[in-house]
Design a protein around this ligand. Sequence first.
Ligand SMILES: Cc1cc2nc3c(=O)[nH]c(=O)nc-3n(C[C@H](O)[C@H](O)[C@H](O)COP(=O)(O)O)c2cc1C
Length: 208
Amino acid sequence: MAEEDIVVAMTGASGALYGLRLVEVLLQAGKHIHFTLSPAAVEVIAAECGRKVDPDKFNPAKFFGQFWTPILSSRFAYHNYRDFKSGIASGSFLTGGMVICPCSMGTLGAIAAGISDNLITRAANVQLKERRKLILVPRETPLHLIHLRNMTVCTEAGAVILPAMPGFYHKPTTMNELVDFIVARVCDQLGVDHHLQKRWGEKEADQS
Ligand SMILES: Cc1cc2nc3c(=O)[nH]c(=O)nc-3n(C[C@H](O)[C@H](O)[C@H](O)COP(=O)(O)O)c2cc1C
């Protein structure tokens, strides 16, 4: 069932809603989620979503709110950011890929430098060394040369850089549609079926 196991990490870049929605969509698609978040992500989630998180006593029902059902618990595992004994810190733990969403420039830089000083950077390193899918969703603007170089290095090492840059050609009218634009792109990269939005060139009637 390794292909069903997806690692999702949230770091301290703006765009917490992308990560929350991604977990929701992947769980609804039947995936098993291994979830972790950085201390900076805790700050951003509080600032952007008004949700208080205690990373040492993580409560998924409280964190994910409305969409959480007890049945999802069997497909969700939380890993503390400091827990290097976690399965996802090892290449022998098979996964179908990892997404860091949102991905701070700090975490992206650490991955580019091969630093594994927390569970997120370690798990990302593992994905790269095992030649598995690693999707990074950075959000920063403007970008300086070091950001650009770090993104190039990560790409050269096999990661997919999928910036949180929603398009506007589908005429979004809500923030949720903008979030789903990015989550849909991540799902496409993971090969996860979804109906989050109409695809370009798809007729209205094709939508289900
Ligand atoms: C409200 C808030 C918004 C932030 N937005 C961003 C951002 O969009 N991109 C970014 O790279 N860092 C952003 N930061 C800074 C990171 O959180 C900071 O660099 C942190 O050290 C990243 O740590 P992490 O990679 O371990 O999560 C933000 C911080 C706060 C508090």
